[in-house]
Design a protein around this ligand. Structure first.
Ligand code: E4P
Length: 266
């Protein structure tokens, strides 16, 4: 049945989401003296949505940062290759350059796919800067590595997530972020936004602190629907962020205001 307020079916209904959040707050309040409950409460009560930019291009990162709305950056091996960044030293220097632009949250992806090498590579990446979040693929050794990183206080972003089961595993392992790829699901005729709603519901049910980082965002409607569902973060190309600025009535309205002003002021 559709909700008469938000018009989504029950699993995506914003009222259900809010009810889940309220329930979680109520369960934390009686024991708020416990520092971890207090932290969880603060998180639930005061968590503005974050915007990350999905690129390794320094000019685009600077442009988004200068707009004043950027909270972080996600990269991946394809995006690094697109900028022609090759070799360990150049890769490290490029991540450092990104960290020097933004305030926090720079996802740097490991290339290794076995536990020992993911740990070694992730630790090297984490050493570059405190802003680095080690991005680890959703594979068996990746999950084990996320658990190890989280026990050592190294932040992680579990990437290439396409099901709610994968997102649950990532949260249980202690990932700081989970990256479901909306656009790539849409590309194969599956509902990417539905996945974000499923993960939101599951995390709300149990109070998982892993942040949902909606990835592979292709257009502004993806971003806006993610905000309605309650995704903690979106990562998208610069164009999706700047497209939020646009409406033809804004343009024509401004042109009219300026023309009217000019009529009497010259
Ligand atoms: C996520 O972190 C990925 O870098 C990214 O969002 C993938 O997006 P794409 O499907 O547009 O390549």
């Amino acid at each position: 049945m559709r909700c008469s307020v938000c018009h989504f079916y029950s699993r995506r209904c914003s009222l259900n989401m809010v009810a889940g959040k309220k329930q979680r707050i109520q369960s934390l309040v009686p024991n708020f003296q416990n520092p971890s409950n207090l932290l969880a409460l603060q998180k639930l009560l005061n968590t503005p949505m974050k915007f990350f930019i999905d690129t390794a291009n320094l000019n685009e990162i600077k442009e988004a940062y200068n707009l004043g709305v950027l909270d972080g950056v996600t990269t991946n091996p394809s995006l690094m290759a697109k900028e022609g960044i090759a070799g360990p030293e150049k890769v490290k220097a490029h991540y450092k350059a990104i960290c020097n632009i933004v305030d926090n949250n720079v996802s740097a992806e490991v290339i290794a796919t076995d536990f020992d090498n993911i740990i070694a590579e992730g630790k090297e990446l984490a050493k570059i800067d405190d802003k680095i979040v080690v991005k680890v693929p959703m594979i068996k050794d990746g999950v084990k590595a996320i658990k190890k990183f989280s026990s050592e206080g190294i932040r992680t972003n579990c990437t290439l997530v396409f099901t709610s089961g994968q997102a649950l595993l990532a949260a249980k392992a202690g990932a700081s972020y989970v990256s479901p790829f909306i656009g790539r699901l849409d590309d194969i005729s599956q509902d990417g936004l539905e996945l974000i709603a499923q993960i939101r519901l599951i995390y709300n049910n149990y109070g998982y602190q892993t942040e949902i980082l909606a990835a592979s965002i292709r257009h502004t409607m993806h971003l806006i629907k993610c905000a309605e569902i309650g995704s903690d973060v979106v990562t998208c190309p610069l164009k999706v962020i700047t497209d939020l600025l646009n409406h033809p009535l804004t343009d024509s309205g401004l042109a009219k205001f300026l023309a009217d002003h000019k009529k009497v002021n010259g």
